[in-house]
Design a protein around this ligand. Structure first.
Ligand code: 26Q
Length: 818
């Protein structure tokens, strides 16, 4: 018997069908009989939005009138994915939708698929922000997500005939977009450039130009919480719609230049997810959305007040800085308090430092953002002055603590050499209350290595919040079969808002009939994926093989090379007859490379060509396939993860801050093959070492090898399988005999191999043998898979948000009024 939980919307399927009908007729002006899936999608989404309206308005009013401190999640990226099915589920209209589609004679899946996916993020960090706003709303925490409404999201990836990545613009706004609500009344002016003047001792920034920030509000409905929070994404517009004098001089094109320039700010998402380039437009984006958001928060919490008492600001809202991208908000809030509201420095500093907290998402030194002081000075002259003073005050404090000069120089926010730089991670650490990493190991390494000097001086600031993912989207919606089985096994569907309840499945791992049903769910998901892959990409996938997936951004530290070299070694073994009765597998890759990242792009080309060569080789038939669907995105993740049996998390130890794909796979009953890196460590601890395939060097081994002088060639020479695989790549087996194509990749492997792929190869091959043995014992495998599901409840983003509330934000859900 399934327990009944919160009330679902009290609407029948027919009533909902009626609403959709009238949307089609009066809003879209299309006849029901000729409506396309995309029309029906817009009609359904609009009807759902109407249902959200009351709660949305009430949630906003409660946020301003209530006494609960709100959270402002500042993030340059929100990779939200399609909205419709999530909104239907969260407001309890999913069943009505199914009935209404039946009544109206439309295919539900087609309607859901008609929505364009907003790709407003690069990967993990952006998707995490989307999971967090979902959990904040589901838990009833008053919160805003603040970000940018890019006109072009992450590029659409295609592969050319040679297997190379080709980037196509992602214009996701070609059709009506029913979710975003433009609120012109909340527009903000954001200035750039110019000079700082002194009037009666007060500093006044006179920007040279300014743009209008217009908010586009997206509803974030909580799961059965009755709350609808707001994701406020800013769009840049021009104030000078049209330059009349230029127009009168018949310079028609010239007349729109200011408009074009202003609109450029939010035109495109930067597709790099590491090694920031220090580009002017990127800094403009960062300042643009942060300045608009801070002013918006003041306007929201002190409505209509000309002289608000902003000493209470930290009790109204706290801002979470999602990596360093919004850190310019610290000097911006200082500027607002000092120059716009006339507070003295110490008061302003006290308010500011109690308002911000910083989450770091990396360990790679090259990924830490640094801006040239010259650029900041040109674009934001007043902010540079403020940063300079923050740095001076900070250094004075360190001197007073008796720290030596060398250490102080290492810690400076603003370097004092010939080409001064602003280190944003340091500014964030100094200008806020808390700093957190995103998994236990990562937070420890932040304290011990990346931000060690700061952790020595301010140990109380450092904490950890392990990442999490929303079970609504990544279990309930992506994997309805497993969800139904879980609900049946537990006798409740309350696990969707209390994921630790999955623990209750653990005893069922020893129940033969439950195990068989679990296995059937996976088989059915694999069959579904094969159909989807055929329709979408036109390729064959044999659902009788083991599904082995590695999906994530392409980066050397993540080591897609390790996986493809192992595939090549297997292929070679098949060819020379030493493969024995190897387990038939399909290896899936999904990965985008930053457009300027040559090594990553070459790896993509190699994977595609390995897939092509293997496919064309009759000797391999039925034993090994490589499939690389293009344009890995949220939609593909939602299809592939539920069908996957083995998940690859094989980054070099100490490089992946957390990973969140690893959590999604474990929750969907895949086993992980992985290194002791990021959240893998915690996943393994929870699911049990015997249900996780661990291999490879650990952080200490990596450090030791670097210190000893790492020599990749010695590993290549030591393992004939590796030597053979590298030889095949170098010899042109995957480039039609052309030895030049992969020369730079091969040369890197043999001479540098910074992420120690060669050193981990043998261990990786060995663990894959263990994987095969385990898989052959399907009863054992499925038991392990069930235990992965049962013990991964900790990785819900609801738990992460509760940790943030307790350790960092020091606030709580607001009392419910419904
Ligand atoms: C910065 C400046 C200029 C241009 C681009 C950027 C930029 C954009 C995106 C830098 C980094 C990112 C994204 C980083 C990211 O996704 N990091 C991942 O965050 C996840 C969530 O915490 C972790 O699970 C991953 O381990 C981490 O790699």
């Amino acid at each position: 018997m399934t327990e009944v939980t919160a009330p679902k919307a009290s609407l029948s399927g027919s009533e909902f069908a009626g609403e959709i009908r009238s949307k089609l007729k009066y809003q879209l002006g299309v006849d029901e009989s000729s409506a396309k899936a995309s029309d029906v999608y817009v009609a359904v989404a609009s009807a759902v939005r109407d249902h959200l309206s009351d709660s949305w308005m009430r949630t906003r009013a409660e946020m301003v009138q209530g006494n609960t401190k709100a959270v402002g999640y500042l993030s340059a990226e929100f990779l939200i994915g399609r909205q419709l099915s999530n909104a239907l589920l969260n407001v309890g209209l999913d069943e009505q939708f199914a009935l209404a589609m039946k009544e109206l004679g439309f295919d539900q899946d087609e309607v859901i698929a008609a929505e364009a996916e907003p790709g407003l993020g690069n990967g993990g960090l952006g998707r995490l922000a989307a999971c967090y706003v979902d959990s904040l709303a589901s838990l009833g925490v008053p919160a805003f997500g603040y970000g940018i409404r890019y006109r072009y999201g992450i590029f659409r990836q295609e592969f050319d005939k040679a297997g190379r990545q080709v980037e196509k613009p992602d214009y996701w706004l070609t059709q009506e977009e029913p979710w975003g609500h433009v609120d012109y009344h909340r527009s903000q002016r954001v200035g750039f450039g110019g000079t700082v003047q002194e009037h009666d001792g007060a500093k006044v920034w006179e920007p040279a130009w300014s743009v209008r920030a217009v908010p586009v509000d997206y509803p974030v409905p909580g799961y059965e919480s009755g709350r609808v929070n707001t994701l406020r994404l800013w769009e840049s517009r021009s104030y000078d719609e049209f330059d009349l004098s230029a127009f009168n001089d018949s310079d028609y094109m010239g007349a729109v230049v200011p408009q074009v320039e202003a609109e450029n700010i939010t035109k495109i998402l930067y597709p790099e997810d590491s090694t920031p380039q220090g580009k002017r437009l990127r800094l403009e984006q960062q300042y643009f959305f942060v300045a608009a958001s801070i002013h918006d928060a003041i306007a929201t919490f002190y409505p209509g007040q000309e002289h608000p008492d902003l000493r209470t600001f930290p009790e109204k809202i706290c801002f979470q800085l999602n990596d360093t991208h919004p850190v310019i908000g610290i000097p911006e809030l200082m500027r607002v308090l000092l120059d716009e509201y006339g507070y003295d420095w110490d008061t302003a500093w006290d308010i500011t430092t109690r308002t911000f907290n910083y989450t770091c998402h990396t360990l790679l030194p090259e990924a830490l953002e640094v801006w040239s002081a010259q650029l900041i000075g040109e674009l934001l002259p007043r902010h540079l002055q403020i940063i300079d003073r923050i740095d001076a005050q900070f250094v004075e404090g360190l001197e007073n603590k008796g720290l030596d000069g060398e250490r102080i120089d290492r810690m400076r926010i603003l370097t004092r050499d010939g080409n001064p730089q602003v280190r944003m991670a340091f500014l964030a650490t100094v200008g806020g209350l808390h700093v957190n990493g995103v998994a236990e190991l990562h937070s420890q390494l932040l304290r011990d290595v990346t931000l060690k000097d700061f952790s020595d001086v301010f140990p109380e600031r450092f904490t950890n919040v392990t990442n999490g993912v929303t079970p609504r989207r990544f279990v309930r919606l992506a994997n309805p079969r497993l969800s139904a089985l879980i609900s049946e096994g537990l006798g409740t569907d309350r696990w969707m808002s209390d994921l630790e309840r999955l623990q209750g499945l653990a005893p069922l791992a020893d129940d033969a009939s439950f195990v068989e049903r679990f296995a059937e769910v996976k088989r059915a998901n694999k069959r579904d994926f094969s159909v989807f892959a055929q329709q979408r990409y036109g390729f064959e996938v044999d659902p009788g093989t083991m599904f082995d997936s590695m999906v994530k951004r392409l980066h050397e530290y993540k080591r897609q090379s390790l996986k493809i070299l192992a595939v090549i070694a297997q292929y070679a073994a098949i060819k020379d007859g030493t493969a024995g009765d190897m387990l038939p597998r399909t290896v899936f890759f999904g990965a985008k490379a930053a457009p300027g990242y040559a090594m990553a792009k070459l790896t993509i080309r190699l994977i595609n060509n390995v897939a092509r060569v293997i496919d064309a080789d009759p000797d391999v038939a039925g034993r090994l396939q490589v499939r690389f669907p293009e344009n890995y995105n949220i939609e593909l993740a939602e299809h592939l993860i539920p069908a996957t049996e083995l998940d690859e998390q094989i980054s070099q130890a100490g490089k992946e801050a957390s990973g969140t794909g690893n959590m999604k796979f474990a929750l969907n009953g895949a086993l992980t093959v992985g290194t002791l890196d990021g959240a893998n460590v915690e996943i393994r601890e929870r699911v049990g070492a015997e249900n996780f395939f661990l291999f490879g060097l650990e952080v200490e081994d990596v450090d030791r090898l670097y210190a000893e002088g790492y020599d990749p060639l010695s590993y290549v020479q030591a393992d004939p399988r590796l030597r053979k695989a590298v030889d095949m790549v170098a010899g042109g087996v995957f480039s039609e005999g052309d030895r030049d194509v992969y020369a730079s990749l091969v040369s890197d492997w043999l001479t540098k191999d910074y992420f120690m792929t060669m050193a981990d190869f043998t261990a990786y091959m060995d663990i894959q043998q263990e994987v095969e043995d385990a898989y052959r014992d399907q009863a054992r495998w499925n038991r392990s898979a069930i235990l992965n599901v049962a013990n991964s409840g900790y990785f819900s983003s609801d738990r992460s948000i509760k940790d943030y509330l307790e350790r960092i934000w020091h606030t709580s859900p607001s009392p419910s009024s419904i």
